[in-house]
Design a protein around this ligand. Structure first.
Ligand code: FES
Ligand code: FE
Length: 374
């Protein structure tokens, strides 16, 4: 799993004045909004006794821990310890990690890492979000697979005739013509010619009025680090774009959140149908990704076989190898893994630590609980 990226953690309309717990990179975070509406993302682990702040209460711009009521401000600094007399100073180490947080494209994003602002990779641009010709639906689903497996699955055009033969794949035309990959440091994009069958159901009705004149449609597949895939399908009836966020809950569980945009059937009445189509595709992928072995994406490119049609995934694996060399990988010791009892709770360093060199070394919080102490 990669640190030092902006992660879309939650649909923005689910983040309000009540604390919301989210999980990413195997760690828990609490999201809430200040009185002025700004989203906040803090480590969910109270530094006092490891209480879950997400079970607490938002007080003004602060969040109060449910256990002993310590209050943390939006920068993660503890500003009140109710058991102490008012005149006692609050120790500087009494703070939780606070992550830079923004709201964009209907998502709340947090920067999970400690890079200073100028060095942070960008948030991908979703131009359709503010374009009034597009209508958006949200979708989400949890799968028991590693996020890099689900991420690569969406990028992968060659699986559609086999896994999605009853949706948009065409088993009679499995060949993927040559395509070029356009790359930069944070993304890779390819225009791929596919031959999906004409849509059925509600969309098929519209398609009948605009018959298929082409043998193929151009689909743009793109990945954006660390975990986002865009699919832009240019159907004769209009454009369909799926932005697919593969959120690593743990090594082996992924929360897939999707923003689906379409510029046809843009009434609210067609939303349920659009969501149903997305759900159908994900349910087709689910058993495949949940049964891939090894469960985790190999580190060595040579550990799996690749063909020309895997060019986008190869580009990802190469870029990932570079970032691992650069120290951006969170290994097994850094994250909470598996379904077993949690023994340690670690916290991803936020920029607040590097801003305070005095705290950087002293302020390593490792709470131990559960079995190890029993
Ligand atoms: Fe949070 Fe004590 S555990 S205030
Ligand atoms: Fe798929």
């Amino acid at each position: 799993m990669l640190k030092n990226f902006w992660y879309a953690l939650e649909f923005a309309d689910r983040v309000g004045r009540e604390p919301a717990k989210v999980t990413c990179l195997g760690q828990d975070f609490v999201l809430y909004r200040t009185a002025a509406g700004a989203p906040v993302c803090l480590s969910d682990l109270c530094v006092h006794r490891g209480g879950a702040l997400s079970m607490g209460t938002v007080v003004g711009d602060c969040i109060a821990c449910p256990y002993h009521g310590w209050q943390y401000d939006a920068d993660g600094a503890c500003v009140r310890i109710p058991a102490n007399p008012a005149e006692r100073l609050i120790p500087r180490k009494a703070r939780v990690d606070a992550y830079p947080t923004v709201e964009r494209y209907g998502m709340v994003w947090a920067f999970l890492g400690d890079l200073p602002e100028p060095q942070r990779p960008p948030i991908p641009v979703i131009p359709e979000h503010d374009d009034p010709v597009f209508r958006m639906v949200q979708f989400e689903m949890e799968v028991a697979a590693n996020y890099e497996r689900t991420f690569e699955n969406v990028v992968d055009a060659a699986h559609t005739p086999f896994v999605h033969g009853t949706a948009f794949g065409n088993p009679d035309k499995p060949e993927i013509p040559e395509f070029e990959v356009r790359k930069d440091d944070w993304s890779a994009t390819a225009d791929i010619k596919l031959s999906p069958p004409p849509p059925k159901g509600l969309w098929g009705l519209l398609a009948k009025r605009k018959p298929y004149r082409h043998e193929y449609v151009t689909v743009t597949n793109a990945w954006y680090l660390p975990n986002i895939v865009k699919l832009h399908v240019r159907l004769p009836i209009g454009d369909l774009l799926l932005y697919d966020f593969n959120i690593p809950l743990s090594q082996d569980r992924t929360l897939i959140k999707i923003l689906g945009y379409r510029n046809f059937f843009t009434g609210a009445w067609a939303d349920a149908n659009a969501r149903k189509r997305i759900g159908k595709i994900l349910l087709q992928d689910q058993p495949v990704v949940e049964n891939q072995r090894p469960e985790l994406l190999p580190f060595d490119l040579a550990d799996e076989l690749h063909t020309r049609s895997d060019a986008l995934q190869i580009a990802y694996r190469r870029r990932r190898a570079q970032l691992i060399k650069d120290g951006w990988w969170l290994g097994d010791d850094d994250i909470i893994t598996g379904d077993g009892p949690r023994r340690t709770a670690t916290v991803i360093a936020s920029p607040a630590r590097t801003d305070n060199p005095e705290l950087a070394s002293a302020w390593v919080h490792k709470a131990r609980a559960g079995k190890e102490q029993a």
